[in-house]
Design a protein around this ligand. Structure first.
Ligand code: SAM
Length: 274
């Protein structure tokens, strides 16, 4: 297709073909599988389609960025799958602090949506760092969706209903600030947490080496080959001995040098030491 090939207004019978072309381009761009959810969202966002340059899908192009904002699914909550996060706190973090020999541990929330996962990791890790006399960790949240990232950066969430803190273990609730119907994160967590827009298929080199990566409820939206590519890229950024937290139903492809962190942990993997 020639460069700058845009889909102008088309008769109704061409619309299915247009949607199929855009879905295929989104798979190439962000790895998104043409699932029912994505297709429905794309149909709702069809007004955006005529502005797309189909010959050159690019997440930096405002038209493609708007489409990705519209079709991605941002469902998340604080301390989602709390028992896995508590295992991470108990079993992984002390080992990671030890391995860093006094340097801050670096944690990535890959596909952070509106930020609740990154803030939960920051809260756990800062509390564990204090308990282990380790320096405050650094947490980075990355996502493709611009409006989700804007909310994540502000770190202010409606208290509910439904209760924004419904999955937060009681001992961690004290750290959330309440203000006029919202919950906010304390300043010390803001100081150690940052958010940036990035495509998991093309991770920025500046991400450097990470001690722990949490990529949960993201891979389920991707095609098989994109899933493998994303995992390969993430594991390349993981330090030897680092921890990878996936969703309970995700299994990493073989030959990435990962093994279960412990016999009874769910979806926590450890990268082999060199
Ligand atoms: C359902 S949310 C998961 C949020 C959080 N990890 C959790 O488990 O609660 C999935 C997120 O993945 C993001 N995402 C999907 N594909 C992506 C890609 N290729 N690059 C970056 N983010 C992506 C979406 O924008 C969305 O915010």
């Amino acid at each position: 297709m020639p460069r700058n090939a845009r889909l102008g207004p088309r008769p109704l019978e061409d619309e299915r073909g247009n949607l199929a072309l855009v879905l295929a381009a989104m798979t190439g761009l962000a790895g998104l599988a043409p699932s029912d959810v994505v297709t429905r969202r794309l149909e709702r966002a069809r007004a955006l389609i005529p502005s797309l340059d189909l010959s050159h899908p690019d997440e930096q192009d405002p038209a493609w960025a708007a489409l990705l904002d519209a079709v991605t699914v941002q469902e998340t909550r604080f301390f989602r799958a709390a028992s896995q996060l508590l295992d991470f706190r108990e079993l992984c973090l002390p080992t990671l602090f030890e391995g860093r020999g006094g340097q801050p541990v670096k944690i990535l929330s890959a596909g952070c949506a509106t930020g609740e996962e990154a803030w939960s990791l920051a809260l756990l890790a800062s509390e564990a760092a204090q308990a282990n006399s380790a320096p405050a960790p650094s947490v980075i949240g990355i996502d493709l969706c611009r409006h989700a990232l804007a909310k994540a950066k502000v770190g202010k969430y409606p208290a509910g209903p439904p209760d924004a803190l419904r999955e937060v273990p009681t001992s961690y609730r004290q750290y959330f600030l309440q203000q006029g119907g919202d919950v906010l994160l304390p300043a010390h967590l803001h100081a150690m947490t940052q958010f940036m827009r990035a495509n998991l298929l093309r991770l920025p080199a500046g991400l450097g080496q990470l001690d722990a990566i949490c990529c949960r409820n993201v891979l389920i939206y991707l095609t098989d080959s994109a899933r493998h590519e994303v995992l390969r890229g993430l594991v390349q950024h993981l330090a030897p001995g680092g921890a990878l937290l996936l969703g309970a139903t995700d299994s990493p492809p073989p030959k990435l040098g990962l093994r279960p962190w412990a016999a009874d942990t769910v979806a926590i993997w450890r990268k082999d030491a060199r």
